[in-house]
Write a protein that binds this ligand. Structure first.
Ligand SMILES: C[S@@+](CC[C@H](N)C(=O)[O-])C[C@H]1O[C@@H](n2cnc3c(N)ncnc32)[C@H](O)[C@@H]1O
Length: 232
């Protein structure tokens, strides 16, 4: 990485950590709830990941870069028997989700507030039923493509922590990133793209609530693609 010195903790995070100063209504839930829900990566990961959740859960899914948590909260409420781990290093995004969780607590949700690669490396083998990566930072300029979260190293990480048959879902409104991800998964060989019909990557996932970033993309006239890969 020319001209960029990165610590291990930020191998794949190149975005903003903070936005506007948090309002007290956001800062308070973040200050109280986050320490209780945040995973402690200094302790070893439990062999049985389901034990991380207060609720009894049958499987565990991960969402990377959840933004304000619109999709993650919707999904966790819709599937109380599944444990969800959400990762978001952007402080204001995390605070927004904590504010909503304060209003409507969920016993099947845990979070991590730093680079997702650290969490992935902490997780035991074959422990996840799914990984969602929705509208990752697009890095549209060619010289920044190397910053994209989808790359060979991260697909290796996904392949290690996912169960066979688990789903990796990727949505983006940036055509070059969609092509990039299709090519990267094909080159990796550990994932199979599930496209039932020619146009089905234009159809949102079942029960899809949308995300904040997606609304912006749609307002600006960009067309999203919704890819699903199965871990082989
Ligand atoms: C373009 S936003 C999309 C947010 C949300 N998924 C949505 O659709 O509204 C991408 C998000 O990924 C997060 N992100 C970027 N790099 C990350 C990393 N290495 N680990 C976890 N999250 C990351 C950013 O902080 C940002 O909130």
């Amino acid at each position: 990485m020319t001209g960029e010195r990165r610590t291990r903790a930020t191998e794949a995070f190149f975005g903003r950590r903070r936005g506007k100063t948090l309002r007290p209504a956001q800062a308070q839930p973040a200050g109280l709830l986050l320490p209780a829900l945040k995973l402690d990566l200094d302790a070893p990961a439990p062999a049985e990941l389901r034990s991380l959740f207060a609720a009894p859960v049958e499987g565990v899914r991960l969402e990377i870069g959840f933004g304000g948590g619109e999709h993650l909260l919707h999904e966790a409420a819709a599937h109380p028997d599944v444990g969800f781990i959400g990762v978001e290093p952007f402080v204001n995004g995390m605070a927004k989700m904590m504010t909503r969780l304060d209003e409507r607590p969920l016993a099947n949700l845990r979070v991590y507030d730093d680079d997702a690669t650290r969490l992935l490396d902490w997780l035991p083998d074959a422990c996840l039923d799914g990984i969602d990566l929705f509208y990752p930072d697009p890095w549209p300029k060619k010289r920044h493509w190397k910053r994209r979260f989808v790359n060979a190293a991260n697909l290796d990480r996904f392949a290690r922590v996912m169960k066979k048959g688990g789903q990796f879902r990727f949505a983006s409104d940036i055509d070059t990133y969609v092509d990039w991800t299709l090519l990267a998964c094909r080159a990796h060989g550990g994932f199979e793209w599930q496209a039932a019909s020619a146009g089905d990557w234009r159809t949102p996932y079942e029960g899809w609530p949308g995300t904040r970033y997606e609304q912006k993309a749609l307002r600006e006239g960009r067309v999203p693609a919704y890819l699903t890969f199965i871990k082989l």
